[in-house]
Design a protein around this ligand. Sequence first.
Ligand code: HEC
Length: 131
Amino acid sequence: MRLKSFSLILPCLFGVMFSQIANAQSGENTYKQVCAACHGTGVLNAPKFGDKAKWAPLIAEGQATLTAHAYFGVRGMPPKGGNPNLSIEGFSDAVVYIVNNSGGNWKTPDAKMTAAINKELEVRKAGTKKP
Ligand code: HEC
């Protein structure tokens, strides 16, 4: 009996663990491949990775707003981090990775957060709000 329930539970546990590792890695990889060029060194006055004082007011804007505005592009920050192939999901994961290493504690967006990010992005695209 015991063995049988274990054999059911274990694959589930591993599945959850691996999916979380995969998410963490994709945010980190995207950061390294796309964002680090500017955010690693602070090129063009980009808020530096790990600079808690710079990130605190940005984090305070909230995950949906900050992610959408950055994806849309703001001043020196190019749309999609300058990579036209970067999806909003991949971009969001990279933002989470930066934020969580710069004093914040955000989670990989769930369906509700993704919807909120997309909604904010539509507002930006429609130009109803000034940057
Ligand atoms: C070409 C340089 C460059 C690259 C590449 C870049 N950024 Fe930026 N980013 C900037 C600059 C400059 C700013 C500051 C914009 C400002 O406020 O003037 C910024 C600001 C931001 C902000 C704050 C936006 C706000 O509302 O103030 C976030 C979040 C962000 N970047 C995330 C990312 C992520 C995630 C990536 C990679 C996917 C990335 N950036 C790639 C230059 C860059």
